[in-house]
Design a protein around this ligand. Structure first.
Ligand code: UDP
Length: 238
C-alpha cells in the first residue's frame, strides 16, 4: 500500500455537486460516483469525514430575501443537509462501507447526534463519518461547518471539492483571463476576495493552521492521487 500524505481527511461537498446536470435535487448516478471515489480513499487506508451542503435543496438566504424569517430559512437549510447526508450514507452503505451520519441538530430517530469523541472513534474504526446539519446554528454555512469539524477531529487536510480545478484569480468559467493559483495563503484569499470559502471558514483554517485543498470533484481518481501526495488542485496555507 502506498504511504499516504493525508491520513485523515475532511471532504466538503456542496449540495450543488450532487445535482449533476440537473437544477435541483440529487442525481443518483453522481451520488454513486462520489461514493466510489470515497470507497477508493478508504481502501487506500484513509480516514474520511464528509460535510455535505444543502444548496441543491434549500438555502436559508433564498427565501429570506423574499420575506421569510432568516433563522427559519436556515433551519430548513440545515435540514436539507441532513437529507443529502442520508442519501450519501445510503450510497456508501450499498458499497459495503459503514457510514454513520452525525447531525449537529438532534434528530434521534434519523441519525446520531454529533459528538467529537465518537466521531474520532468512528474514523479510527474505518467508518466514513458524514457530518450533517452544518454547525447547528443559523447564519453559518456548511463551509464553516467543514472548517470547524476538520479542526475538531484533527484532520490532516480540509478538501473543498468544487466544479473547477482549484483557485483562480476570477471565475474561469466566465473569465478566460483568470489565472490559476497552485499555492496561496489564507490572507491572499481574504484580501483578494477569492471566494474559495466564506470568510469565517477561511479565518478558522488560518487561525488553526488547517491546510486547505481546493480541487475538481469531477476529475475521477483525483482525490486518491491527492491523498497519495500528488499536487492536485490548489493548496491554501499560511
Ligand atoms: N446552514 C445554516 N447553518 C450552518 C450550515 C448551513 O444555517 O451551519 C443553512 C443555510 O441556510 C445554508 C443551508 O443550510 O444556506 C445550506 O448550506 P450551504 O449553503 O452551506 O450549502 P452548499 O452551498 O454547500 O450546498
Amino acid at each position: 500500500m502506498t504511504a499516504l500524505v493525508y491520513r485523515r481527511i475532511l471532504l466538503k461537498l456542496s449540495g450543488e455537486a450532487l445535482m449533476g446536470e440537473g437544477t435541483h435535487g440529487i442525481d443518483p448516478d453522481v451520488l454513486e460516483r462520489f461514493a466510489h471515489e470515497v470507497q477508493a480513499l478508504v481502501e487506500a487506508g484513509s480516514q474520511v469525514a464528509l460535510v455535505i451542503g444543502g444548496g441543491n435543496i434549500f438555502r436559508g438566504a433564498g427565501l429570506a430575501a423574499r420575506g421569510m424569517e432568516r433563522v427559519t430559512g436556515d433551519h430548513m437549510g440545515m435540514l436539507a443537509t441532513v437529507m443529502n447526508a442520508l442519501a450519501m450514507q445510503d450510497a456508501l452503505e450499498r458499497l459495503g462501507l459503514a457510514a454513520p451520519v452525525m447531525s449537529a441538530l438532534q434528530i434521534d430517530q434519523v441519525c446520531e447526534g454529533y459528538g467529537r469523541r465518537r466521531a474520532i472513534k468512528h474514523l479510527e474504526c474505518g467508518r466514513v463519518v458524514i457530518f450533517a446539519g452544518g454547525t447547528g446554528n443559523p447564519l453559518f454555512t456548511t463551509d464553516s461547518a467543514a472548517s470547524l469539524r476538520a479542526i475538531e477531529v484533527g484532520a490532516d487536510v480540509l478538501i473543498k471539492a468544487t466544479k473547477v480545478d482549484g483557485v483562480y484569480s476570477a471565475d474561469p468559467v466566465t473569465d478566460p483571463t483568470a489565472t490559476f493559483y497552485p499555492r496561496l495563503s489564507y490572507d491572499q484569499v481574504l484580501q483578494q476576495d477569492l471566494r474559495v470559502m466564506d470568510t469565517t471558514a477561511i479565518v478558522l483554517c488560518r487561525d488553526h493552521a488547517m491546510p486547505l485543498r481546493v480541487m475538481n470533484i469531477n476529475e475521477t481518481g483525483a482525490l486518491l492521487r491527492l491523498i497519495r501526495g500528488e499536487d492536485v488542485g490548489s493548496l491554501v496555507v499560511s
